[in-house]
Design a protein around this ligand. Structure first.
Ligand SMILES: [Mn+2]
Length: 407
């Protein structure tokens, strides 16, 4: 290996995780510091792996005026890197545009904050490998595709890296430096270290164009592992591998209760919790979505059922490093009904239900549903697929047109 570096972005240091209520004090504290702890984990990794430099591609801070405590924490982590001579190159993003112009704590000389005009840093690593980093911090916000800065031509016989906070594939009037992927791919740069988009993504074609995503999920939409890319260079070839650094992970699990009776419910949920723990080394903020035509449906309609369950299942979790905190159980279950009997009824309801039963396999209907579906806001948060929606239609029909009482 010739050299190696880390690429992170969107740390959003100082942001609090949203959508959580009534947390025990110890968990509230952990959540308040989750973004900071993820930075410390990244720095640990840089030191352990002895990377040559670290790139941070904007939105390091949630706001341009982070608290003194957050600033101090950041400065301390930068000093840790400086002690082991790991260079740091930073551009700011839309959240933390001018944060470093008023930073309270001095940063070590090894930390380079790039200016708001395209800025270049040439470094020689291990006495022979030349790397040029070109990037730009956010200046005044400029709208539109024409705002994308002109980067200098790549230097021959060197590794050329672009460092920027921008919106790849963003629409023409995007506020965040929209740019076509092809422009980055044809730039002649070997690696684009980007920030802005919160899910990690790598385009590995002519070169590497990379979004690490956020480093600590901030709400229930930002699920799964969050981290940075560890990039190694061997014989002028770059390879990027993702490493998670979040302190606590958001997760959603859908649990089908079709074959579950109410006396089994506690055990089933406890099992889901343990499975989540086994899959993740860090803490988890878990949302459980209950689905299926289930004998549990009626009990779940009573408010205290879920309330009691969630209180019991949380006991002791806040004390564990690998604690699984169930922040919500969503009930999307449906009652068990005798569909055969209902469809055979000699009335409007029978006709309607047998129509739906055949329509379920109709590709034209699927297409129409897909169209409606794609326009729904926050559809990924609804946890309803096409079959779920049709099932809901069937149950609603039974309720509206006086079908049998569910069993
Ligand atoms: Mn961001």
């Amino acid at each position: 290996m010739d050299f190696s570096f880390m690429h992170g972005a969107d740390l959003h240091l100082g942001s609090t995780l949203s959508g959580l209520e009534n947390l025990p004090e110890v968990l509230e504290k952990r959540i308040r510091d989750a973004s900071l702890r993820s930075l410390a984990k990244l720095v640990d990794f840089c030191i352990d792996q002895q990377v040559d430099f670290l790139l941070l591609a904007g939105d390091l801070f949630e706001i341009s005026d982070p608290s003194i405590r957050v600033q101090k924490y950041f400065a301390r982590q930068m000093q840790r890197l400086a002690k082991t001579e790991i260079l740091v190159f930073i551009v700011t993003g839309n959240h933390d545009r001018d944060v470093f112009t008023k930073f309270v704590f001095p940063l070590p000389k090894t930390v380079h904050v790039l200016s708001t005009e395209v800025d270049q840093h040439a470094i020689t690593l291990n006495d022979e490998h030349e790397v040029t980093i070109s990037g730009m911090s956010y200046g005044l916000l400029m709208k539109g595709a024409s705002s994308f800065p002109v980067f200098p031509l790549p230097k021959r016989q060197q590794i050329n890296i672009g460092l920027f906070h921008c919106d790849v594939g963003g629409s023409e009037d995007s506020l965040y430096y929209p740019v076509d992927l092809s422009r980055l791919q044809q730039s002649g740069f070997d690696y684009w270290a980007l920030g802005h988009v919160h899910t990690n993504r790598v385009w590995d074609t002519t070169n590497l164009v990379v979004y690490p995503g956020v480093m600590q999920g901030r709400n229930r939409q930002e699920t799964g592992p969050k981290g940075c890319y560890y990039v190694t260079c061997a014989s002028q070839n770059l390879q990027a591998v993702f490493y998670p650094f979040q302190d606590i992970m958001w997760e959603n699990r859908i649990v089908d209760l079709s074959d579950v009776t109410i006396d089994q419910l506690y055990a089933v949920i406890a099992d889901v919790k343990e499975k989540s723990r086994q899959c993740n080394e860090v803490g988890v903020l878990l949302q459980i979505i209950l689905t299926g035509f289930t004998p549990c449906h009626h009990a779940l309609q009573m408010q205290e059922t879920l309330h009691d369950l969630i209180v019991d299942i949380r006991v002791g979790e806040e004390q564990r490093g690998d604690g699984v905190w169930i922040h919500q159980i969503k009930d999307q279950t449906l009652p068990v009904l005798d569909w055969g009997k209902l469809e055979n009824r000699n009335d409007f309801l029978g006709e309607l239900l047998s129509f739906v039963a055949t329509a379920i396999d109709d590709p034209t209907l699927h297409k129409e549903l897909e169209k409606i579906w794609s326009t729904l806001p926050l559809r990924e948060m609804l946890f309803l697929d096409r079959d779920e929606i049709l099932n809901r239609v069937r149950v609603l029909a039974v309720q509206l047109f006086g079908g049998e009482q569910d069993r």
